[in-house]
Design a protein around this ligand. Structure first.
Ligand SMILES: Cc1ncc(COP(=O)(O)O)c(C=O)c1O
Length: 386
């Protein structure tokens, strides 16, 4: 009965294939390389508890009151200073997921074409599908987007924007080279489309010499809309992300956000604001890097030991994921149940490819498990794909 009342956009909503795996994530007998959440051990919980008590008692007119739609002024300024832009070019959002939704709302009409990486983040594609956009895939190699693939697409179709995650991409873990970033921006200029640069993982660097300089840093005409978030460096439960873009667009997004939620959670912003103003963020980022660095090394070594001759994987020089491609044309999704039965779980790669390819791929996170369980889990996985 309700179906006939649904909007065209609501009919285009697509459930996340990853969220469907959630039921396996909390079974202690199953070693989980699925999911994409940061490890709770990295959360600055004690400091947040102290700060929360203080802001609740002493700053109640800020922390418990409605606040500015643009976000808490001092936190906006902090974010702007870190990005080297003016505060008027920044809006804080309820996580960068809301940034994806608001940008889609403000930029997309039904049928507009969005170019996305093959593979790409499902929360991004969900936001674009929700506005009835048409998604077109662009090839990647180890250096990121293949410029010829993007240019070829843009020569055939009028692209509204390219959605890219250049730093330690979800799901592939890849880092786009700086040369490729220049080429991508040049194509965007020549073919006249916007770029949404989503960067939740840029601070999670585990190797020397990884150059994470954003595309936004060489944007001269307000073509690049940069998204950041505190989710992976602090905690995702304090829902706080941001958009950096031209003031004219940020002003529009502010109006769209008024309709969406009036303002993001003020308690969340007040806690993060106090934490950052006290100068605690750089040391926290170092702690988070150190925490994941060893887990990443353990996973890569285990992959080499158990799957070395049968698969290839990305080096995950940062972020939370490595992406595995099996040499044989095995559909990883068809082995998921068997894997769970063997006490290990992963995310099949295909849902990350908007063209339906990637059957022989899977995403593995090293964020959740201990070193011992990572080694054991990869051994089990190798058995499943033997
Ligand atoms: C690429 C990418 N963008 C955006 C998000 C959303 O992050 P949040 O809304 O917590 O800032 C995620 C979360 O995993 C992500 O991987």
């Amino acid at each position: 009965m309700i179906e006939k009342f649904l909007s065209a956009d609501a009919k285009n909503l697509r459930p996340s294939a990853i969220r469907a795996l959630a039921k396996y994530l909390n079974d202690p007998n199953v070693i989980s390389f699925a999911g994409g959440s940061p490890n709770p051990e990295t959360f600055p919980a004690e400091r947040f508890a102290e700060i929360a008590e203080r802001v609740l008692r002493e700053r109640r007119t800020v922390s418990l009151q409605y606040g500015p739609t643009r976000g808490l002024a001092r936190l906006c300024e902090f974010v702007a200073a870190r990005s080297g832009v003016k505060a008027e070019e920044v809006i804080l959002t309820t996580g960068s997921q809301q940034a994806l939704d608001l940008l889609s709302h403000c930029l997309l009409d039904a049928g507009d074409i969005v170019a996305v990486e093959l593979p790409t983040y499902i929360g991004g594609t969900s936001a674009f599908y929700a506005r009835s956009a048409t998604l077109a895939g662009v090839a990647q190699d180890d250096d990121g987007i293949v410029p010829e693939s993007l240019d070829q697409l843009a020569s055939k179709k009028r692209i509204k924007f390219l959605y890219t995650i250049p730093n330690f991409q979800n799901p592939s873990g890849r880092l786009m080279s700086q040369r490729r970033r220049d080429q991508v921006l040049e194509i965007a200029h020549r073919r006249d489309f916007l770029i949404i640069e989503d960067d939740p993982y840029g601070e999670l660097v585990y190797v020397d010499g990884a150059d994470t300089t954003p595309i936004k840093s060489r944007d001269r005409d307000g073509r690049v809309l940069y998204l950041g978030t505190f989710s992976k460096i602090l905690a995702p439960g304090v829902r706080c992300g941001w958009i950096v873009g031209p003031k004219a667009l940020i002003d529009r997004i502010e109006i769209a956000k008024q309709a969406a939620d009036l303002c993001s959670g003020m308690l969340d912003q007040a806690i993060i604001d106090e934490y950052c103003s006290a100068g605690e963020l750089p040391a926290q980022i170092e702690r988070v890097r150190a925490f994941y660095r060893g887990k990443r090394a353990t996973m890569l070594a285990a992959l080499q030991q158990h799957l070395g001759s049968r698969a290839q994987w990305t080096s995950a020089s940062g972020g939370l994921f490595t992406f595995v491609t099996l040499n044989d044309p095995i559909d990883t999704a068809s082995r998921l149940e068997q894997a769970v039965g063997s006490g290990v779980t992963f995310v099949p790669g295909s849902p990350f490819f908007v063209d339906g390819s990637g059957q022989n791929t899977m995403r593995l996170t090293f964020a959740k498990e201990t070193d011992g369980r990572i080694r054991e889990g990869i051994a089990r996985l190798a058995h499943v794909f033997a």
